[in-house]
Design a protein around this ligand. Structure first.
Ligand SMILES: *Cc1c(COP(=O)(O)O)cnc(C)c1O
Length: 193
């Protein structure tokens, strides 16, 4: 997936013309501004990969095709109430870091159950973001843990993990979606939203 956050709609369109079809954006508000300029792109799918506050779930459901960051039963139900069919993934927090979003591994089963009870949501798999480390090998245990968790819980086989600096490791560990920003678009200079 091409992570186009902070870059313009023009950059996203250029990536589309180069053949990319899956796009990741972090901020609902930022993508709301770009959406009118990119929604006509045939076959393009837009994934929300940043944390979603439940008060923004309606807007998110309108402009995204996939929400990769469902991390509670409550958020799943909120999205379901928006009335649009959505693919979803569960964001799992595998490190003890306070600042990160995502549901604890012990809570994933409950979120899986909640999503299965939502008629408009289709669960596609799990997503994670390991603690930042320059060394891609440091992320390997997290990627492996996510895969094992998915197998253990009988979750559909999607695994969204790996970014510019560690996607090769993620693929070795079974990633189905790698989220690549910097390696495609260059360094992000500022946060737009
Ligand atoms: C920004 C971001 C990425 C892309 O990171 P790069 O290092 O630029 O490839 C991937 N996943 C998430 C959740 C992000 O916020």
């Amino acid at each position: 997936m091409a992570v186009s956050k902070v870059f313009s709609a023009e950059a996203l369109i250029e990536a589309y013309e180069a053949g990319l079809r899956e796009f990741g954006e972090n901020y609902v508000q930022e993508f709301e501004a770009k959406h009118p300029l990119v929604k006509h792109l045939e076959g393009a799918r837009f994934h929300l990969i940043g944390h979603l506050q439940s008060n923004k779930s309606k807007k998110a459901a309108e402009i995204f095709d996939v929400v990769q960051t469902v991390d509670s039963a409550k958020l799943a139900r909120r999205l379901n109430e928006c009335g649009k069919a959505l693919d979803v993934m569960i964001e799992v927090k595998l490190s003890g870091e306070e600042a990160k979003h995502g549901c604890a591994p012990e809570a994933v089963a409950e979120v899986v159950e909640a999503i299965r009870a939502c008629d408009r949501l289709t669960l596609r798999g799990l997503m994670t973001m390991p603690p930042w480390d320059d060394n891609a090998e440091a992320a390997r245990p997290y990627f492996r843990h996510l895969r094992e968790l998915g197998v253990r819980l009988g979750v559909p086989p999607g695994l969204s993990m790996g970014m510019s600096h560690d996607f090769e490791t993620a693929i070795q560990e079974g990633a189905t979606h790698i989220r690549v920003g910097t390696a495609l678009f260059g360094k992000r200079v500022k946060r737009a939203a």
